[in-house]
Design a protein around this ligand. Structure first.
Ligand code: C5P
Length: 228
């Protein structure tokens, strides 16, 4: 029998990746950051000077782009996975505002989703995975043992993003601009035709506005012990 799978979906900036990778470490499971895969392919499309809205040209690039994510090493503070496109390390490059602004356009395209979901399903064949994204519980791993829908208000997510940027020593955009960018991405992700962002029927909603990361982790560990 395969090992358990935990699916964590939700809107942009709800803290999915931080929580998913720490939970994976606690439970000794692998962390699969599916957003990093859409970002990596978006980075590649932009690097080829291809118009992200040109579906035919974008689809042609799929066969030329090999995406690799390293498994999370077991350290005290787990880092985001290292991401490679062909022979190029893109771990930081996939987090730029330019990639973020274009990723939802590319992630809405059928050929792109088909290719990346196939790779994700292969990664999860043996189980033992915590995966985060938008369609994990609804589409990629519909048989996941535990499904979480992690949300927070747009205002709270914008404040957290502002704090993250400050910590990284980066320029700090206006709160209203961050909130608008987050809302736009959520809108695109939840209104696209193919596997839009939505809560699976059997997912448990966790609203994180009033919770610390530790608080969210405690809640998810408890749910895991209860259900798995
Ligand atoms: O999670 P993250 O913000 O890195 O995801 C970036 C983008 O990738 C999302 O806004 C969405 O457009 C796309 N995505 C997706 N399906 C997933 C994960 C991410 O469409 N499972």
């Amino acid at each position: 029998a395969r090992q358990p799978i935990i699916a964590i979906d939700g809107p942009a900036g709800a803290g999915k990746s931080t929580v998913a990778r720490q939970l994976a470490q606690q439970l000794g499971l692998l962390y699969l950051d599916t957003g990093a895969m859409y970002r990596a392919f978006t980075w590649y499309v932009l690097s080829q000077d291809c118009d992200p809205a040109d579906e035919v040209a974008v689809a042609e690039l799929l066969s030329k782009c090999t995406i690799k994510l390293t498994a999370t090493p077991s350290e005290q503070t787990p880092q985001p996975p290292e991401v490679w496109v062909n022979e190029t390390a893109v771990t930081q490059a996939i987090r730029t505002p330019e990639v973020t602004a274009n990723v939802s356009t590319i992630a809405a395209q059928g050929a792109v989703r088909q290719a990346l979901v196939k790779q994700q399903m292969q990664y999860g064949l043996a189980g033992g995975v915590v995966a985060d994204g938008r369609d994990i519980g609804t589409h990629v791993f519909p048989n996941a043992e535990l499904k979480i829908f992690l949300t927070a208000s747009v205002e709270e997510r914008a404040r957290r993003r502002q704090r993250d940027l400050a910590h990284q020593g980066q320029a700090i955009p206006e709160l209203a601009d961050l909130a608008q960018a987050i809302s736009e991405r959520d809108h695109k992700d939840s209104t696209r035709e193919i596997s839009p962002l939505r809560q699976a029927e059997d997912a448990i909603e966790v609203i994180t506005d009033q919770l610390t990361i530790e608080g969210v982790l405690d809640k998810l560990s408890a749910l895991y012990q209860e259900k798995v």
